[in-house]
Design a protein around this ligand. Sequence first.
Ligand SMILES: [Zn+2]
Length: 464
Amino acid sequence: MTVYNHLARHVLAPTLDIIRGTHTMRCLHELEESQWYPPQAIGELQSRRLQQTIGHAYEHVPYYRRVFDERGLPPTSILEACDLSKLPVLTKELVRANLQDLIADNYPRGRLITSRTSGSTGNPLVFYRTHEDWFTTGRARGLLAMEWADVYMGDRVATYREVFVRPTRKERLLEPIIRHFQRTYTLGIEGVSRETLPETVETISRVHPRAIAAYPSTLALLAQHIRDSGVPAPSVHSILTGGEQILEHQRALIREVLGKEPFSRYGSNENSLLGTECEQHSGFHMFAQDLVIEIVDDAGTPVPPGHEGHVIVTNLHDRGMPFIRYDTGDLGAWATAPCPCGRGMPLLSSLVGRSCDIILTPSGKRVPGNALRMAQMGLLGVSGLQIVQEQLDAVRVSLVLPYRASDDDMKGIREGVEGILHRDLGDDMRIDITFVDRIEPTPAGKHVPVVSKLTGSERARQQG
Ligand SMILES: [Zn+2]
């Protein structure tokens, strides 16, 4: 660690805590210790915080008071994580329908931060967060995740993500100062295109960051460009991905070209960082100190390790709009064996796919986007692809080729992709393929490879 790392950690960050009125450094210190607790001790810490959260929700949040009273449950009936299945899952629809009733009556309204999910389905969800949850505990989790990737406060990080809009006036005033001292270098997101990639590679080489943090799809695009053009790859110590799941072929491409195994992080706008990979890259260690993560079936009942289910989150620090058993819309499975690293935080072995990115088939199958054999399509010579389902019996596939292909090449690739998708989705699925120059990112800058635009009622009718 450099002198600047020490300065950033022991002088600048504590000063920022005082200016902001946050306790990020205290929380980071606590996480640095508790990550090594045995699972039982983490469970005890979690239970204490859960009981406080439930007590607060019952006393001060009209929605939860109603949920408990309707079921004849006293708040003391929830003592540990396994008791949570007595309560219903909080869906995005329930949040929309009960937005005001989900706000604690003792929390100053003026201190709530309006937030929203971007959502690849184009149907954003508005909700409220608190400064404490976002900038204290949420940020501390982010800093610990960086440490696992051997990146410390004060290290230069080049980020390829959208420019983060600070949510309060004070934060906006602090923005340039924070950026200067954090030594974050933003590469911008609007410019992710084949034309600007050469300049981006040059910039990274010149800025010489210790780490790059970006969406995996963006990094894969960058790696593809470096490999195809033959320019020297910039040397970076660590690679962090987040904002979307990293697909196996993206991971392999990034590893091959940039020479580092990416550290994938799993988070959401609603609850900040939920889990992150350690140096073993064996799955996501979930932050059970700050959150209760459950993996449940369609009825909301927890499923055993190794079985895929919905990822449900209870936030143990948000006192403004507590999310209890919130359905993230993601699917995952607990690992069947502990991580060799020795950390006690529970391990999510796989994140199967955002459920909005699941393709439904006419025959009733639900195929997660990640289960489609995109790596095989990559082997056919496809450098970019997007699969969009707008109706039950058809998907629209956009393919990008890294070169000017002949008609014969395109015919071969078209038949190859059709063959793969018919095997994955069934012969009764119509596959409409078009070749395009580029795949446009979502408004938030994400490259979402599989998008379902089926409405909720279409999905329900098909599943019913
Ligand atoms: Zn581990």
